[in-house]
Design a protein around this ligand. Structure first.
Ligand SMILES: *[C@@H]1O[C@H](CO)[C@@H](O)[C@H](O)[C@H]1NC(C)=O
Ligand SMILES: *[C@@H]1O[C@H](CO)[C@@H](O)[C@H](O)[C@H]1NC(C)=O
Ligand SMILES: *[C@@H]1O[C@H](CO)[C@@H](O)[C@H](O)[C@H]1NC(C)=O
Ligand SMILES: *[C@@H]1O[C@H](CO)[C@@H](O)[C@H](O)[C@H]1NC(C)=O
Ligand SMILES: *[C@@H]1O[C@H](CO)[C@@H](O)[C@H](O)[C@H]1NC(C)=O
Ligand SMILES: *[C@@H]1O[C@H](CO)[C@@H](O)[C@H](O)[C@H]1NC(C)=O
Length: 643
């Protein structure tokens, strides 16, 4: 009876979500039912109906709110204003670096001052201003202030220098740069390469002699600006809010457009999907130039009125102390952060906090359970979704290892699908009639999302660079004449519709006729080496098929015991997945979002004349790693050393 009730409410929801007529939905259920054998369907139905209904409720809720905001011509600043009205004296932001605590009213007034000041300086709705500074409360105040008068912020990665930095300023067409005092040197260096019509504002205690001469000091100027609300610039919910740069694996950063509705959607889906509460306090140690830090995390403050603690930079040793000190209930993670935390010695604070949820993406399945149990975190809120992609997924029900789900009972409610793909080239495989082939459970495929431009929930806003946008879009995917967004990521779905991250583009390689998943091998090697940073990639060896595995291992103190390592390897991994080459280096390079950079290392391969780090090769006859010098290199090249 209960199941029946949920079934009919699901159908109701379905109708609300996609507007599909009843018979069609029932028809689709029937197809699955008959196609799968009844008992299997019943099992899947029983196990997933609750999850699917909750997921659908979240979608409907967010969708209705988006509709309302569209109708009322709301924007992010207007929604923020409502938060301020509701609780002006509630703490909005705390900056851990200085302990500065801002109420919603203070954040509102600071951003008003920014808006009024920039308007007086001659900037107008539609202009772009770059923001180049480290995390702090003012960072949020700056972009919010710009949005209040219709100026779009270009949020620049503060790790960039010279060419890449100049590229970001110029592709966004920024008319001005507001930079933090800590960026003085980088700004001076890049200034010589920039057009001189770009105006510069320094925030903080800048040394006049260490910054370009035309720079103005913005802090005192803001002091004298009006704190009253600026004139409404008449922007709409589908206008641009700011630009975020995606660091693709290769080449220069691409500017991705974030419109108001996308900001709202990302923050709201996470909020309702993971069941956040208004008294939650979020610990945001991620860079604010990135969507995880500034949308998923900060959106909870701006749009939903939660308190957010901003950390200048992630620190593994201070993490739990900070959480305890500020009574944080939700922490954000990304990339390798969780492993760095596990790598720390046991501390008192790690069990004295009130964190009930860890929110982020990239938690490796190999450490998932250990992370939950050691730090006593009841819920892992893993999600998937690139800034520019609308095919987001969320692990709403704490299922170990997955980054989200798609309903198996009613898969078309949410128009994403895994499509068969050639994992080497990432080209979609098509059936004879030219349509892509959806994957069955267990088959890896590229995640694609259907594009329906008229629906703001489903819009792809693209990159600033048109040709970059076109590369991400494929035609004739679900059916003839449609368009879909290509995520570039390979996932696998299980019987129940849970999705598991498989690998980043090109990150599986074939060796001895087997597919090797670099992520999986990285996870296992890292565990064998006391959670050291390990990056695995495939390198080509003359005279062999496929690619041989190579592992770059961070070993700053030269303490890796390779003999023990080989023994452990044999117990943990099949032979074809053993890394043939090792590269021991002091540190593995990471992006600003704590992901490994492996492109350069893959290019350098195992040539001792190119790589100055210690290299080893697995000698299969001796069953151990031997140093790879020029002589050994020659033997490998000529095929004399058997791999
Ligand atoms: C907020 O604080 C101010 C001054 O501290 C007070 O006058 C005002 O009534 C408070 N507002 C609310 C809604 O509590
Ligand atoms: C954290 O909670 C404790 C106990 O409820 C309270 O005394 C303390 O002031 C809180 N700390 C912050 C920063 O809100
Ligand atoms: C992805 O974006 C496209 C383009 O706007 C849209 O039509 C499609 O429905 C979106 N897919 C999802 C899952 O949001
Ligand atoms: C746009 O992207 C294409 C390919 O990704 C690149 O060749 C081109 O230089 C880019 N244009 C600009 C203005 O960055
Ligand atoms: C490896 O992957 C390729 C293509 O992705 C697939 O065709 C092949 O069957 C896989 N091989 C194994 C042993 O899993
Ligand atoms: C790491 O980054 C530095 C600076 O960009 C570069 O010089 C170095 O070669 C990189 N190391 C590796 C192993 O790629």
């Amino acid at each position: 009876m209960l199941r029946l009730a949920s079934c009919s409410s699901l159908l109701l929801l379905l109708k609300a979500v996609v507007g599909l007529p009843w018979f069609q939905s029932i028809g689709a259920v029937l197809v699955f039912y008959l196609g799968s054998g009844g008992w299997k369907f019943m099992k899947v139905f029983y196990k997933t109906i609750g999850r699917d209904v909750r997921g659908a409720f979240t979608l409907v809720r967010v969708k209705l709110q988006v509709k309302k905001h569209l109708r009322e011509k709301n924007t992010v600043p207007i929604i923020f204003k409502e938060c301020v009205r509701r609780h002006p004296n509630k703490t909005a932001l705390i900056f851990e670096g200085t302990g500065a605590s801002w109420t919603f009213k203070e954040l509102d007034e600071f951003s008003n001052a920014v808006a009024n000041f920039l308007y007086a300086e001659g900037f107008r709705s539609g202009d772009v201003i770059a923001l180049f500074m480290e995390n702090c409360n003012e960072y949020v105040g700056f972009w919010l202030g710009m949005a209040k008068m219709g100026v779009e912020a270009a949020l620049i990665n503060f790790n960039l220098r010279l060419d890449a930095l100049e590229h970001c300023f110029s592709v966004s067409n920024s008319k001005a740069v507001i930079f933090g005092q800590e960026m003085s040197q980088a700004m001076t260096d890049v200034y010589a390469m920039m057009g001189k019509s770009v105006r510069l504002y320094c925030f903080g205690d800048c040394d006049r002699s260490a910054i370009p001469p035309s720079t103005e000091f913005i802090a005192p100027l803001l002091q004298s600006a009006s704190r009253l609300p600026p004139k409404d610039p008449g922007r709409s919910f589908t206008d641009k809010l700011f630009y975020i740069y995606t660091s693709g694996t290769t080449g220069l950063p691409k500017a991705a457009i974030v419109v108001h509705s996308r900001y709202f959607r990302m923050a709201a889906l996470v909020h309702y999907g993971f069941g956040m509460r208004s008294d939650d306090v979020i610990y945001d140690c991620l860079p604010l130039y990135h969507s995880a830090g500034n949308i998923v995390g900060m959106g909870q403050c701006i749009l939903l009125g939660l308190t957010v603690v901003i950390k200048k930079k992630f620190s593994a040793s201070r993490f739990w102390d900070d959480c305890a000190k500020y009574n944080c209930t939700i922490v954000q993670y990304i990339g390798e952060i969780c492993r760095y935390l596990l790598n720390q010695p046991v501390r008192e604070a790690e069990s004295k906090h009130r964190v009930r949820m860890a929110l982020g993406n990239g938690l490796r399945p190999a450490i998932w359970k250990e992370f939950m149990s050691r730090f006593r975190i009841p819920q892992i809120a893993e999600f998937y979704g690139a800034t520019e992609c609308n095919c987001s997924l969320g692990n709403f029900d704490n299922n170990v290892g997955s980054c989200g789900f798609n309903s198996r009972i009613l898969p078309f409610v949410y128009p994403i699908r895994l499509m068969k793909v050639n994992e080497e080239t990432m080209e979609l495989i098509r059936s004879p009639d030219g349509i892509c082939i959806p994957c069955q459970p267990g088959e890896p495929g590229q995640l694609v999302g259907r594009i329906i431009q008229s629906d703001p929930l489903r819009r792809f806003d693209g990159y600033v660079n048109e040709s970059a946008t076109n590369k991400k879009i494929a035609k004739n995917v679900f059916k003839h004449g449609d368009m879909a967004y290509l995520s570039g990521d390979v996932l696998v779905m299980d019987e129940l519709g849970y999705m598991y991250f498989r690998d980043r583009t090109g990150d599986t390689f074939r060796w001895k006729g087997e597919n090797v998943s670099t992520t999986e091998v990285e996870g296992i090697l890292s565990k064998l080496l006391q959670q050291a940073d390990v990056v695995v990639y495939g390198v080509e060896v003359p005279g062999t098929e496929g690619r041989a595995g190579m592992a770059a291992i961070a070993d700053p103190d030269h303490k890796s015991d390779l003999e023990k390592f080989v023994k452990d390897l044999k117990k943990s991994l099949p032979g074809y997945a053993h890394p043939v080459f090792l590269r021991l280096l002091p540190e593995v390079n990471k992006t600003g979002t704590y992901k490994f950079q492996k492109t350069d290392m893959r290019k350098e391969g195992f040539d001792p004349s190119l790589v100055k780090d210690a290299l080893y090769v697995l000698d299969s006859q001796q069953g151990k790693y031997i140093p790879l010098d020029d002589a050994v290199y020659q033997r490998i090249q000529s095929g004399k050393l058997k791999l």
